[in-house]
Design a protein around this ligand. Sequence first.
Ligand code: HAM
Length: 434
Amino acid sequence: MATIKAVRGTRDLLPPDTTLWNHVESIARSVFARYGFGEIRTPVFEATELFARGVGEETDIVSKEMYTWEDRGRAESDNGQSLTLRPENTAGVVRAYIEHHLDEGGLLQKLFYIGPQFRRERPQRGRYRQFWQIGAEVLGPPFSGSDSALRDAEVLEMLATLLNELKIKGWRLALNSVGSAEDRKRYSVALREALVPVKHLMGEDNQRRAETNPLRVLDSKDPNDQEIINNLPKIADFLEEDSRAHFEQVKAALDACGVPYDLDPRLVRGLDYYTRTTFEFTVPDGSGLGTQNALLGGGRYDGLSEMLGGPKAPGIGFAIGEDRLILTLQAQAEAQEPAKLDAFIAPMGPAQNPGALKLAQELRREGLTVEVGDGAFRLKKSFEAADKLARRMVIFGEDEATSDILTVKDFSAGEQTKVPRAELAAALKVQPSD
Ligand code: HAM
Protein backbone atom coordinates (compact mmCIF):
# COMPACT_ATOMS: atom_id res chain seq x y z
CA MET A 1 0.00 0.00 0.00
CA ALA A 2 1.31 3.47 -0.80
CA THR A 3 2.51 5.30 2.30
CA ILE A 4 1.24 8.73 3.22
CA LYS A 5 3.83 11.49 3.33
CA ALA A 6 3.87 14.99 4.84
CA VAL A 7 2.36 17.47 2.37
CA ARG A 8 4.77 19.25 0.01
CA GLY A 9 6.30 22.30 1.70
CA THR A 10 5.59 21.01 5.23
CA ARG A 11 7.97 19.04 7.45
CA ASP A 12 8.26 17.16 10.70
CA LEU A 13 10.63 18.53 13.30
CA LEU A 14 12.31 15.70 15.16
CA PRO A 15 14.84 15.27 17.96
CA PRO A 16 17.65 16.24 18.17
CA ASP A 17 16.66 19.27 16.01
CA THR A 18 13.76 20.12 18.31
CA THR A 19 16.27 20.68 21.12
CA LEU A 20 17.75 23.51 19.06
CA TRP A 21 14.24 24.89 18.31
CA ASN A 22 13.47 24.95 22.04
CA HIS A 23 16.83 26.55 22.80
CA VAL A 24 16.18 29.34 20.26
CA GLU A 25 12.67 29.93 21.60
CA SER A 26 13.84 30.06 25.21
CA ILE A 27 16.53 32.63 24.39
CA ALA A 28 13.95 34.67 22.46
CA ARG A 29 11.53 34.53 25.42
CA SER A 30 14.26 35.62 27.81
CA VAL A 31 15.27 38.57 25.60
CA PHE A 32 11.60 39.60 25.10
CA ALA A 33 11.03 39.53 28.87
CA ARG A 34 14.01 41.85 29.45
CA TYR A 35 12.54 44.38 27.01
CA GLY A 36 9.06 44.24 28.55
CA PHE A 37 7.21 42.14 25.95
CA GLY A 38 4.30 39.85 26.83
CA GLU A 39 3.12 36.90 24.74
CA ILE A 40 0.06 36.99 22.47
CA ARG A 41 -1.42 33.93 20.74
CA THR A 42 -3.89 34.64 17.98
CA PRO A 43 -5.85 32.06 15.94
CA VAL A 44 -4.16 30.23 13.09
CA PHE A 45 -7.01 31.18 10.74
CA GLU A 46 -8.79 34.49 10.33
CA ALA A 47 -11.33 36.16 8.06
CA THR A 48 -9.77 36.49 4.59
CA GLU A 49 -10.67 40.17 4.54
CA LEU A 50 -8.22 40.87 7.38
CA PHE A 51 -5.27 40.03 5.13
CA ALA A 52 -6.80 41.56 2.00
CA ARG A 53 -7.19 44.88 3.83
CA GLY A 54 -4.12 44.69 6.06
CA VAL A 55 -1.41 43.11 3.92
CA GLY A 56 -2.86 44.38 0.60
CA GLU A 57 -4.70 42.84 -2.37
CA GLU A 58 -1.83 43.35 -4.81
CA THR A 59 0.90 41.80 -2.68
CA ASP A 60 2.28 38.39 -3.68
CA ILE A 61 1.13 37.06 -0.32
CA VAL A 62 -2.54 37.94 -0.79
CA SER A 63 -2.81 37.58 -4.55
CA LYS A 64 -1.01 34.23 -4.88
CA GLU A 65 0.06 32.58 -1.66
CA MET A 66 -2.85 32.29 0.74
CA TYR A 67 -4.64 29.11 1.78
CA THR A 68 -8.22 30.33 1.55
CA TRP A 69 -11.46 28.40 1.66
CA GLU A 70 -15.14 29.08 1.86
CA ASP A 71 -16.30 27.90 5.26
CA ARG A 72 -19.84 26.59 5.09
CA GLY A 73 -22.50 28.12 7.34
CA ARG A 74 -23.94 25.66 9.87
CA ALA A 75 -27.57 26.16 8.93
CA GLU A 76 -28.96 26.78 5.46
CA SER A 77 -29.80 30.30 6.58
CA ASP A 78 -26.20 30.96 7.71
CA ASN A 79 -23.97 32.54 5.14
CA GLY A 80 -20.61 30.94 4.59
CA GLN A 81 -17.47 32.92 5.29
CA SER A 82 -14.16 33.13 3.49
CA LEU A 83 -11.37 32.07 5.85
CA THR A 84 -7.59 32.00 5.43
CA LEU A 85 -4.70 30.31 7.22
CA ARG A 86 -2.63 33.23 8.49
CA PRO A 87 0.28 34.02 6.13
CA GLU A 88 1.74 36.37 8.77
CA ASN A 89 0.84 37.51 12.27
CA THR A 90 0.93 41.32 12.30
CA ALA A 91 -2.60 41.76 10.92
CA GLY A 92 -3.93 39.28 13.51
CA VAL A 93 -2.18 41.10 16.37
CA VAL A 94 -3.58 44.46 15.27
CA ARG A 95 -7.06 42.91 14.90
CA ALA A 96 -6.77 41.59 18.48
CA TYR A 97 -5.53 45.02 19.68
CA ILE A 98 -8.66 46.61 18.24
CA GLU A 99 -11.04 43.83 19.33
CA HIS A 100 -9.85 43.85 22.96
CA HIS A 101 -9.57 47.65 23.20
CA LEU A 102 -5.93 47.39 24.17
CA ASP A 103 -5.65 51.13 23.53
CA GLU A 104 -7.87 51.95 26.49
CA GLY A 105 -5.17 51.87 29.16
CA GLY A 106 -3.27 54.43 27.10
CA LEU A 107 -0.09 52.41 27.44
CA LEU A 108 2.26 51.12 24.83
CA GLN A 109 1.56 47.45 24.03
CA LYS A 110 4.62 45.26 23.57
CA LEU A 111 3.56 41.85 22.30
CA PHE A 112 5.47 38.85 20.98
CA TYR A 113 4.39 35.62 19.28
CA ILE A 114 5.92 32.33 18.22
CA GLY A 115 3.95 30.18 15.83
CA PRO A 116 3.33 28.68 12.39
CA GLN A 117 2.38 30.73 9.32
CA PHE A 118 1.23 29.46 5.93
CA ARG A 119 2.11 30.61 2.42
CA ARG A 120 1.66 28.68 -0.78
CA GLU A 121 5.16 29.46 -2.09
CA ARG A 122 7.38 27.24 -4.22
CA PRO A 123 9.15 25.13 -1.60
CA GLN A 124 12.94 25.20 -1.46
CA ARG A 125 15.63 25.29 1.20
CA GLY A 126 14.60 27.95 3.72
CA ARG A 127 11.18 28.39 2.12
CA TYR A 128 8.26 26.27 3.27
CA ARG A 129 4.48 26.32 3.03
CA GLN A 130 4.18 25.96 6.77
CA PHE A 131 6.96 27.87 8.50
CA TRP A 132 7.47 29.39 11.92
CA GLN A 133 7.88 32.99 12.88
CA ILE A 134 9.15 34.53 16.10
CA GLY A 135 7.82 38.06 15.98
CA ALA A 136 7.01 41.08 18.07
CA GLU A 137 4.91 44.22 17.74
CA VAL A 138 5.00 47.53 19.64
CA LEU A 139 1.89 49.65 19.22
CA GLY A 140 -0.36 52.06 21.08
CA PRO A 141 -2.11 55.43 20.91
CA PRO A 142 0.20 58.20 19.65
CA PHE A 143 0.39 59.79 23.14
CA SER A 144 1.94 56.55 24.45
CA GLY A 145 5.01 57.34 22.36
CA SER A 146 4.24 54.58 19.85
CA ASP A 147 5.39 56.68 16.89
CA SER A 148 8.68 57.72 18.49
CA ALA A 149 11.87 56.88 16.59
CA LEU A 150 13.16 55.58 19.91
CA ARG A 151 10.80 52.61 19.59
CA ASP A 152 12.22 51.73 16.16
CA ALA A 153 15.76 51.87 17.52
CA GLU A 154 14.82 49.85 20.61
CA VAL A 155 13.30 47.08 18.47
CA LEU A 156 16.38 46.99 16.22
CA GLU A 157 18.77 47.02 19.18
CA MET A 158 16.78 44.17 20.75
CA LEU A 159 17.13 42.17 17.52
CA ALA A 160 20.88 42.75 17.44
CA THR A 161 21.05 41.54 21.07
CA LEU A 162 18.92 38.48 20.28
CA LEU A 163 20.99 37.46 17.24
CA ASN A 164 24.20 37.96 19.22
CA GLU A 165 22.91 35.90 22.16
CA LEU A 166 21.97 33.18 19.68
CA LYS A 167 25.55 33.45 18.33
CA ILE A 168 24.46 34.12 14.74
CA LYS A 169 27.62 35.24 12.96
CA GLY A 170 27.97 37.85 10.23
CA TRP A 171 24.42 39.26 10.29
CA ARG A 172 23.78 42.56 8.55
CA LEU A 173 20.94 45.01 9.05
CA ALA A 174 19.59 46.71 5.92
CA LEU A 175 17.61 49.86 6.75
CA ASN A 176 15.36 52.23 4.84
CA SER A 177 12.46 54.62 5.26
CA VAL A 178 9.42 54.36 2.96
CA GLY A 179 7.97 57.59 4.36
CA SER A 180 4.51 58.47 5.59
CA ALA A 181 1.28 57.47 3.83
CA GLU A 182 1.32 60.89 2.10
CA ASP A 183 4.94 60.50 0.98
CA ARG A 184 4.06 57.11 -0.44
CA LYS A 185 1.08 58.52 -2.31
CA ARG A 186 3.30 61.09 -4.05
CA TYR A 187 5.90 58.43 -4.72
CA SER A 188 3.26 56.12 -6.22
CA VAL A 189 2.17 58.85 -8.61
CA ALA A 190 5.78 59.37 -9.73
CA LEU A 191 6.33 55.63 -10.09
CA ARG A 192 3.16 55.17 -12.13
CA GLU A 193 4.33 57.93 -14.49
CA ALA A 194 7.85 56.51 -14.77
CA LEU A 195 6.42 53.06 -15.53
CA VAL A 196 4.23 54.20 -18.44
CA PRO A 197 6.95 53.99 -21.13
CA VAL A 198 8.55 50.75 -19.82
CA LYS A 199 5.82 48.61 -18.31
CA HIS A 200 5.14 46.73 -21.55
CA LEU A 201 8.65 45.24 -21.19
CA MET A 202 7.70 43.65 -17.87
CA GLY A 203 5.68 40.55 -16.96
CA GLU A 204 1.88 40.46 -16.81
CA ASP A 205 1.70 40.95 -13.02
CA ASN A 206 3.86 44.04 -13.15
CA GLN A 207 1.92 45.54 -16.05
CA ARG A 208 -1.18 45.34 -13.87
CA ARG A 209 0.59 46.54 -10.72
CA ALA A 210 2.07 49.50 -12.58
CA GLU A 211 -1.54 50.75 -12.64
CA THR A 212 -3.05 49.38 -9.43
CA ASN A 213 -0.18 49.50 -6.90
CA PRO A 214 3.10 50.61 -8.51
CA LEU A 215 5.10 50.19 -5.28
CA ARG A 216 4.62 46.43 -5.55
CA VAL A 217 6.47 46.44 -8.90
CA LEU A 218 9.62 46.97 -6.80
CA ASP A 219 9.14 43.52 -5.16
CA SER A 220 9.66 41.76 -8.52
CA LYS A 221 12.28 39.04 -8.35
CA ASP A 222 12.34 38.55 -12.12
CA PRO A 223 15.98 39.20 -13.25
CA ASN A 224 14.69 40.76 -16.50
CA ASP A 225 12.87 43.47 -14.55
CA GLN A 226 15.82 44.54 -12.42
CA GLU A 227 17.33 47.02 -14.84
CA ILE A 228 14.01 48.80 -15.27
CA ILE A 229 13.52 48.83 -11.50
CA ASN A 230 16.99 50.23 -10.89
CA ASN A 231 16.18 53.20 -13.11
CA LEU A 232 12.89 54.07 -11.38
CA PRO A 233 12.64 57.02 -8.96
CA LYS A 234 13.76 56.32 -5.37
CA ILE A 235 11.49 56.71 -2.34
CA ALA A 236 14.19 58.66 -0.46
CA ASP A 237 13.66 61.59 -2.84
CA PHE A 238 9.97 61.80 -1.86
CA LEU A 239 10.25 61.98 1.92
CA GLU A 240 8.88 65.11 3.59
CA GLU A 241 10.77 66.81 6.40
CA ASP A 242 8.89 64.88 9.14
CA SER A 243 9.73 61.45 7.75
CA ARG A 244 13.29 62.47 7.09
CA ALA A 245 13.73 63.75 10.66
CA HIS A 246 12.17 60.55 12.06
CA PHE A 247 14.63 58.44 10.08
CA GLU A 248 17.57 60.59 11.24
CA GLN A 249 16.48 60.00 14.86
CA VAL A 250 16.32 56.22 14.31
CA LYS A 251 19.85 56.25 12.89
CA ALA A 252 21.22 58.49 15.67
CA ALA A 253 19.82 56.16 18.37
CA LEU A 254 21.27 53.10 16.59
CA ASP A 255 24.64 54.86 16.38
CA ALA A 256 24.46 55.63 20.11
CA CYS A 257 23.85 51.93 20.87
CA GLY A 258 26.57 50.76 18.45
CA VAL A 259 24.17 48.80 16.22
CA PRO A 260 25.67 48.69 12.69
CA TYR A 261 23.41 49.06 9.64
CA ASP A 262 23.59 49.51 5.86
CA LEU A 263 21.23 51.95 4.16
CA ASP A 264 19.25 50.29 1.36
CA PRO A 265 17.07 52.77 -0.57
CA ARG A 266 15.36 49.88 -2.45
CA LEU A 267 14.06 48.14 0.66
CA VAL A 268 10.28 48.68 0.40
CA ARG A 269 9.27 45.17 1.60
CA GLY A 270 6.42 43.18 0.09
CA LEU A 271 3.52 44.19 2.35
CA ASP A 272 1.33 47.27 1.93
CA TYR A 273 1.06 48.34 5.56
CA TYR A 274 4.60 49.70 5.95
CA THR A 275 5.29 53.37 6.63
CA ARG A 276 8.58 55.07 7.52
CA THR A 277 11.21 52.61 8.89
CA THR A 278 11.63 49.28 7.06
CA PHE A 279 14.39 46.75 7.68
CA GLU A 280 15.70 43.28 7.01
CA PHE A 281 18.46 41.24 8.64
CA THR A 282 20.44 38.97 6.34
CA VAL A 283 23.22 36.43 6.86
CA PRO A 284 26.22 35.91 4.53
CA ASP A 285 26.11 33.41 1.65
CA GLY A 286 27.12 29.96 2.83
CA SER A 287 25.06 30.26 6.02
CA GLY A 288 22.78 27.41 4.99
CA LEU A 289 19.94 29.43 3.45
CA GLY A 290 20.78 29.17 -0.24
CA THR A 291 19.15 32.14 -1.95
CA GLN A 292 16.75 32.80 0.94
CA ASN A 293 19.17 34.96 2.92
CA ALA A 294 16.56 37.16 4.69
CA LEU A 295 16.51 35.96 8.26
CA LEU A 296 13.89 38.43 9.35
CA GLY A 297 12.02 41.50 8.25
CA GLY A 298 9.87 44.23 9.66
CA GLY A 299 9.04 47.87 9.90
CA ARG A 300 6.62 50.53 11.01
CA TYR A 301 2.90 50.42 10.18
CA ASP A 302 1.43 53.68 11.45
CA GLY A 303 -1.87 53.38 9.55
CA LEU A 304 -2.63 49.65 9.86
CA SER A 305 -5.04 49.90 12.79
CA GLU A 306 -7.11 52.51 10.95
CA MET A 307 -7.03 50.39 7.75
CA LEU A 308 -8.70 47.67 9.86
CA GLY A 309 -11.32 50.04 11.27
CA GLY A 310 -9.54 50.68 14.58
CA PRO A 311 -8.27 53.77 16.41
CA LYS A 312 -5.06 55.54 15.50
CA ALA A 313 -2.32 53.20 16.73
CA PRO A 314 1.12 53.65 15.21
CA GLY A 315 3.30 50.59 15.57
CA ILE A 316 6.49 48.80 14.62
CA GLY A 317 7.42 45.15 14.60
CA PHE A 318 9.28 42.30 12.97
CA ALA A 319 9.11 38.59 12.30
CA ILE A 320 12.06 36.22 12.30
CA GLY A 321 11.85 33.18 10.04
CA GLU A 322 12.53 30.58 12.73
CA ASP A 323 13.21 27.80 10.18
CA ARG A 324 15.86 30.03 8.59
CA LEU A 325 17.36 30.91 11.96
CA ILE A 326 17.74 27.21 12.77
CA LEU A 327 19.27 26.40 9.34
CA THR A 328 21.76 29.22 9.85
CA LEU A 329 22.74 28.06 13.34
CA GLN A 330 23.21 24.51 12.08
CA ALA A 331 25.32 25.58 9.09
CA GLN A 332 27.44 27.95 11.17
CA ALA A 333 28.03 25.27 13.83
CA GLU A 334 29.17 22.79 11.14
CA ALA A 335 31.61 25.29 9.70
CA GLN A 336 33.19 25.66 13.13
CA GLU A 337 36.01 23.40 14.35
CA PRO A 338 34.44 21.18 17.00
CA ALA A 339 35.77 22.16 20.43
CA LYS A 340 38.72 19.98 21.44
CA LEU A 341 39.42 18.48 24.84
CA ASP A 342 42.30 19.87 26.88
CA ALA A 343 44.09 16.53 27.03
CA PHE A 344 44.07 12.88 26.04
CA ILE A 345 45.95 10.64 28.47
CA ALA A 346 47.61 7.67 26.80
CA PRO A 347 48.69 4.87 29.19
CA MET A 348 51.58 2.91 27.68
CA GLY A 349 50.38 -0.53 28.79
CA PRO A 350 47.44 -2.14 30.60
CA ALA A 351 49.36 -1.93 33.87
CA GLN A 352 49.30 1.89 33.61
CA ASN A 353 45.49 2.12 33.28
CA PRO A 354 44.69 2.70 36.98
CA GLY A 355 47.41 5.36 37.30
CA ALA A 356 46.21 7.06 34.10
CA LEU A 357 42.65 7.15 35.38
CA LYS A 358 43.89 8.68 38.64
CA LEU A 359 45.78 11.35 36.68
CA ALA A 360 42.58 12.08 34.69
CA GLN A 361 40.69 12.40 37.98
CA GLU A 362 43.22 14.97 39.25
CA LEU A 363 43.07 17.00 36.04
CA ARG A 364 39.24 16.91 35.79
CA ARG A 365 39.08 18.17 39.38
CA GLU A 366 41.14 21.12 38.16
CA GLY A 367 38.38 21.84 35.63
CA LEU A 368 40.14 20.41 32.57
CA THR A 369 38.30 18.37 29.91
CA VAL A 370 40.07 15.03 29.64
CA GLU A 371 39.71 11.69 27.86
CA VAL A 372 41.69 8.56 28.84
CA GLY A 373 42.89 5.91 26.40
CA ASP A 374 43.40 2.26 27.17
CA GLY A 375 46.85 0.79 27.75
CA ALA A 376 45.85 -2.11 25.51
CA PHE A 377 45.79 0.32 22.53
CA ARG A 378 48.80 0.40 20.30
CA LEU A 379 50.63 3.74 20.54
CA LYS A 380 49.57 4.56 16.97
CA LYS A 381 45.88 4.13 17.83
CA SER A 382 46.21 6.28 20.97
CA PHE A 383 47.97 8.89 18.92
CA GLU A 384 45.21 8.98 16.27
CA ALA A 385 42.43 9.19 18.86
CA ALA A 386 44.27 11.92 20.76
CA ASP A 387 44.90 13.96 17.62
CA LYS A 388 41.19 13.90 16.76
CA LEU A 389 39.84 14.60 20.23
CA ALA A 390 42.29 16.76 22.10
CA ARG A 391 44.74 19.63 21.81
CA ARG A 392 47.43 17.74 23.72
CA MET A 393 48.36 14.15 24.55
CA VAL A 394 49.89 13.17 27.91
CA ILE A 395 52.02 10.03 27.67
CA PHE A 396 51.74 7.93 30.81
CA GLY A 397 54.32 5.11 30.86
CA GLU A 398 56.18 3.34 33.63
CA ASP A 399 58.83 6.08 33.83
CA GLU A 400 56.21 8.83 34.07
CA ALA A 401 54.32 6.93 36.80
CA THR A 402 57.42 6.62 38.98
CA SER A 403 59.22 9.88 38.25
CA ASP A 404 56.22 12.23 38.30
CA ILE A 405 57.61 13.88 35.16
CA LEU A 406 55.14 13.59 32.29
CA THR A 407 55.64 13.80 28.55
CA VAL A 408 53.19 16.18 26.86
CA LYS A 409 52.73 16.28 23.12
CA ASP A 410 51.24 19.53 21.81
CA PHE A 411 49.53 18.85 18.44
CA SER A 412 49.25 22.41 17.17
CA ALA A 413 52.89 23.29 17.99
CA GLY A 414 54.08 19.82 16.99
CA GLU A 415 56.41 19.64 19.99
CA GLN A 416 56.97 17.32 22.92
CA THR A 417 57.95 18.60 26.40
CA LYS A 418 58.56 17.19 29.89
CA VAL A 419 56.34 18.65 32.61
CA PRO A 420 56.42 17.93 36.36
CA ARG A 421 53.15 16.45 37.55
CA ALA A 422 52.51 19.35 39.93
CA GLU A 423 52.63 21.80 37.03
CA LEU A 424 50.71 19.67 34.55
CA ALA A 425 47.20 21.18 35.05
CA ALA A 426 48.54 24.72 34.65
CA ALA A 427 50.48 23.74 31.51
CA LEU A 428 47.42 22.10 29.94
CA LYS A 429 45.29 25.17 30.64
CA VAL A 430 47.52 27.34 28.44
CA GLN A 431 45.75 27.76 25.09
CA PRO A 432 48.09 26.91 22.16
CA SER A 433 47.52 30.42 20.75
CA ASP A 434 48.36 32.19 24.08
P1 HAM B 1 7.90 38.86 5.95
O1 HAM B 1 9.11 39.54 5.42
O2 HAM B 1 6.85 38.48 4.98
O3 HAM B 1 7.29 39.83 7.06
O4 HAM B 1 8.33 37.58 6.75
C1 HAM B 1 9.28 37.68 7.80
C2 HAM B 1 10.26 36.53 7.74
O5 HAM B 1 9.56 35.28 7.72
C3 HAM B 1 11.12 36.49 6.47
O6 HAM B 1 12.23 37.36 6.58
C4 HAM B 1 11.54 35.03 6.44
O7 HAM B 1 12.66 34.81 7.29
C5 HAM B 1 10.33 34.32 7.03
N1 HAM B 1 9.55 33.70 5.95
C6 HAM B 1 8.67 34.29 5.13
N2 HAM B 1 8.15 33.40 4.26
C7 HAM B 1 8.72 32.21 4.54
C8 HAM B 1 8.61 30.88 4.01
N3 HAM B 1 7.77 30.59 3.02
N4 HAM B 1 9.38 29.91 4.55
C9 HAM B 1 10.24 30.17 5.57
N5 HAM B 1 10.36 31.39 6.12
C10 HAM B 1 9.63 32.40 5.61
C11 HAM B 1 6.19 39.54 7.81
O8 HAM B 1 5.66 38.46 7.88
C12 HAM B 1 5.74 40.71 8.67
N6 HAM B 1 4.54 40.31 9.40
C13 HAM B 1 6.85 41.13 9.62
C14 HAM B 1 6.43 42.27 10.50
C15 HAM B 1 6.03 42.22 11.77
N7 HAM B 1 6.38 43.54 10.11
C16 HAM B 1 5.97 44.27 11.12
N8 HAM B 1 5.72 43.47 12.13
